[in-house]
Design a protein around this ligand. Structure first.
Ligand SMILES: [Zn+2]
Length: 269
């Protein structure tokens, strides 16, 4: 037995669980959160993360849009987009990266659990940031006199839509973040970094993911990222998902194009 390998794996699994517990998903019905002053970026609590949603069973963060590096999924999507075929363009749309925002929050009634990140789509982001035009709102993250956010999630079964719908607005009254200094400290200090939340993938791991998506029979993805798959399953609430998930492929022609594109790139470099 490789003792270090077992220890390493244990730590990896523990990290996944920790990441997952840091992401908060509003339950169906009413809930209330307070957006916290961001430890990562005090000037702006909305962290922007670009995702490639549902490449097979996994979602992965985009290397190009988040890190300015080469991203095999973006490259393949751009290549398909150039095609004259309508089908290729549709596939490209599913593969293109989508933006999602993450804000650190204290969940009302569960403040003692520490800070969580609430992932929101463009619509909720627009609602919350547009509210800043109202000069009376002020700094809604202010510890002494900020504003909570009231959230309502309606189940898809209730609205007849294919996804749960969410609405969010600031409360009318100004309140303190919390009365307990210890809890306030915890909420402010224990915010995770982006890297802790969503570890950066490698070019190879993205390439492999795409390859598996194109050839679903070759191997089942067993080691999906807990945090990212959580995202994958919540994406329908985001409203940013006008684009359908990139479901399976198993298309020989696509698969060959992909292989050709990257063979060509290897030659070029
Ligand atoms: Zn990308």
């Amino acid at each position: 037995m490789d003792i270090d390998a077992v220890k390493r794996r244990r730590k990896e699994l523990q990290d996944k669980i920790n990441r997952n517990s840091s992401i908060w998903k509003p339950p169906i019905g009413k809930s209330k959160v307070r957006i916290l002053p961001s430890k990562i970026n005090p000037a702006n609590p909305f962290i922007e993360i670009w995702w490639h949603w549902r490449i097979g069973n996994n979602s992965v963060i985009c290397l190009k849009n988040n890190y300015g590096e080469k991203c095999p999924i973006c490259e393949f999507a751009s290549d398909l987009w150039k095609s004259d075929s309508k089908e290729d363009k549709e596939t490209a749309k599913k593969l293109f990266a989508n933006l999602r925002f993450y804000v650190p929050v204290a969940v009302r009634g569960a403040e003692q659990e520490g800070p969580k990140y609430w992932g929101i789509g463009q619509t909720v982001y627009d609602t919350l940031t547009t509210a800043l035009e109202d000069s009376e709102l002020g700094d809604f993250t202010d510890i002494a006199s900020g504003r909570d956010v009231d959230i309502v999630v309606k189940a898809a079964s209730e609205t007849g839509k294919t996804y749960n719908s969410i609405s969010a607005k600031f409360s009318y009254s100004n309140t303190v973040l919390h009365h307990d200094e210890v809890i306030i400290k915890k909420l402010l200090e224990e915010q995770k970094t982006v890297q802790e939340l969503f570890p950066k993938p490698t070019f190879e791991s993205c390439h492999e993911l795409l390859e598996k998506w194109l050839n679903p029979t070759t191997e089942v993805v067993t080691d999906e990222e807990a945090a990212t798959s959580e995202e994958g399953t919540t994406r329908h609430e985001s409203h940013s998902s006008d684009v359908a998930p990139a479901e399976s492929a198993g298309d020989d022609e696509l698969s060959q194009r992909f292989a050709k594109l990257f063979k060509q790139k290897e030659k070029d470099s």
